[in-house]
Design a protein around this ligand. Structure first.
Ligand SMILES: [Zn+2]
Ligand SMILES: [Zn+2]
Length: 266
């Protein structure tokens, strides 16, 4: 069985991950992956925006670290990506980032539903108590749909991140999923199966089966990502992710090189 590429992993530059790209690459070889991609948290226009990403001046250092891993492990295909935060109004900044290096892909992720609330931040868990979960999910999916419509991204990351802490709305979220998936299908981007959800309170891969089934129905391509913040997390729970993908009818995932994709069976 050919394992799909793990396209979501971080580096210590984001200030909340451990291990150098070399360590992640070594682990990938150990567990039999043939392709990985780094996608550390992108810099924001303002370095003081928050404290969980690389500074703008570190972008070249990040690329150099990934290049060094590529040279050290020639038997492993290593892609150069970024996990880019989508906030409305950031489009021009994201375009500038895109022009600075020959990226293989950008993962577009929504963590912020407002300029000050990153909904997955454990330090801001109390914010959830002040809000109606459905309101948060709605705001999140509006932004995620905008992210897809922006056409700035090859992949949309952890598409139902608001479930992270296990706080879920009682309302039917299907209409939110549908508008999002329609936008993704129109834009021609891929959706990521992110296994980090299994390690969080929600105990479920992002996205949920219902959302993934809609993606499959619209023939939206998929990628796989462990969202590793430590070398030991590379490729973690890929067998569960593969089983989920197969269950909803997927037989291939996509690979990116310089923002172009090709599919590979699994
Ligand atoms: Zn992170
Ligand atoms: Zn993320």
């Amino acid at each position: 069985m050919q394992l799909p590429a793990d396209y979501h992993m971080h580096t210590p530059l984001c200030r909340h991950a451990a291990g150098e790209p070399l360590d992640y690459a070594r682990r990938a070889v150990e567990i039999g992956l043939t392709e990985i991609g780094f996608s550390d948290h992108s810099p924001m226009e303002r370095d003081d925006f928050d404290d969980w990403r690389m500074a703008d001046r570190q972008l070249d250092e990040y690329v150099a670290k990934v290049r060094f891993a590529q040279q050290t492990f020639p038997q492993l295909t290593i892609r150069l990506g970024l996990e880019v935060d989508y906030l409305p109004g950031q489009e021009e900044w994201i375009r500038q980032l895109a022009a600075r290096h020959p990226w293989d892909y950008f993962i577009g992720s929504v963590h912020y539903v407002s300029d000050s609330w990153d909904i997955d931040n454990p330090g801001k868990l109390s914010e959830w108590k002040k809000r109606d979960p459905f309101e948060v999910w709605s705001a999140y999916f509006v932004r995620l749909t905008q992210a897809a419509n922006s056409r700035l991204f090859q992949i949309i990351g952890h598409a139902d991140l608001p479930k992270k802490f296990g706080i879920r709305p009682v309302e039917d979220c299907r209409p939110l999923y549908e508008s999002f998936i329609n936008a993704v299908a129109q834009a021609g981007c891929a959706v990521e199966l992110n296994t980090a959800g299994l390690r969080k309170d929600c105990r479920e891969i992002y996205p949920c089966p219902e959302l993934l089934e809609l993606a499959r129905l619209k023939q939206v391509p998929i990628t796989f990502g462990s969202d590793a913040h430590a070398p030991g997390e590379v490729g973690l729970n890929f067998s569960e992710a593969l089983a989920l993908a197969r269950r909803v009818g997927y037989t291939e995932s996509c690979r990116f090189h310089r923002r172009h994709y090709e599919s590979r069976g699994f």
